[in-house]
Design a protein around this ligand. Sequence first.
Ligand code: ADP
Length: 464
Amino acid sequence: MRFWHRPRSVRVSLTLWYVGAMIVVLGVYATGVFIFVSQSVSRALDSRLRTDFQWASEMWERRPDGTLSWFEGEPGINEEAGPWLQVWNPSGNLLFRTGVAYEHPVPDSDRLATEASGQIISVPTEQTSFRVLSGPSRLGDESVIIQVARSEEPMRREINHLMLMLALGLPLGVAAAGLGGYSLASRALKPLGRMAERAQEITAERLSDRLPVDNPKDELGRLALVFNETLGRLESSFEQMRRFTADVSHELRTPLTAIRNVGEVGLRVRRTDAEYRELIGSMLEEVDRLACLVDQLLAFSRAETGQAKLTLEPIDLAELARNVSGHLGVLAEEKMQSVTVEASGVPGCVGDRLTLRQALINLVDNAIKYSPAGSQIRIHVSQSPHGARIDVRDSGPGIAEETRARIFERFYRVGDSSFEDRGGAGLGLSIAKWAVEANGGHLTLEEAGSSGSTFRIALPNPAR
Ligand code: ADP
């Protein structure tokens, strides 16, 4: 039994369904034809019997000796023989019968004659059945009972022929439908086979390959197009992953090489305690950068795999900005910069404080890094009917037009701002962007002219 549950080829399944449907349709059709033809043949026999009765009540004559006679030319029991006719008087005595009636007696005909119901009654005999019609009539002044009969044999033969034809035709029709269905299914599924072969050849190294699309408008064509689009997305994420791995390895290598170099230089000659202290200090600085980079990478991988857990709570954005400014104050002081916070109204939002703080730290950190010593960095927090905004404005060199679109990409750094020079790995803005978007907001570069850059965090109003 389990065999029937096993998946078989779509081609075979389709053919089986098709054959099944054909069996049902042809079966219903054949049954309909059979019922219709049998009923009409039966009705035709009844109507011939009534014509016989009519004929018998009109085509009689009385011979000179007083006996009755009928013209026996009409067909009856079979096409050659004469009619089957019996005439009775009302008291049940037989007055006349044709030769055919004599040769083929119908059982119970005397009882049926006495009843003279005028109904057509089927009387079975050993060989066949008879349809008998007995009814009262008048022959001149005399009341008689006329009884006519016809064999059902020709009718049954006709019905049997029909049955034979249907019984032979049905399997032939089903077989033809099966063959037709199979070849149709094979033709329709041929492109699928080609697609499967090509798909099998596509590996991670050959993601640029595409499936053949015979007709982009039919179902298989659309499937191939969708599959090709998926391959396209897969190819670009593989490419991104490759780039990411290469970038990460490169970024980790730089501080490691620096630590190694410093170590090697330190060991080359004997040095004073102060010199060793300085060397260890610069090694620790590199270690700090390395730790910072690893932290950022971890934040990224959590964001990518959706593991970063956000705790939503009402946040006072002015307080958050002051907190960040205090946190980065030491860095700004080193460059003799000032970080000011201005707040209009009571700006607030509902979000995850930690991720939003990280985003703001990255923006303010960049502003400090890329602005000249002694300049001013302004954080402006405001509330509008559409939501809250945090603008971070600096007096740095701005960002060249052609690079503005790329600064939010991972590991993207503009021109000469290398890791060693500025201490960034090109991850700050992409992390900030992810953090803001995770809170339902948008991070945009509003201004980047030569007088400084302005980054804007726009956060939606809390849903009511
Ligand atoms: P990084 O860690 O190198 O700072 P980011 O993703 O934070 O990386 O920034 C990407 C690039 O965008 C930086 O290399 C820098 O050239 C540019 N950039 C970011 N913020 C500023 C800014 N406030 N002023 C000028 N350039 C900036």
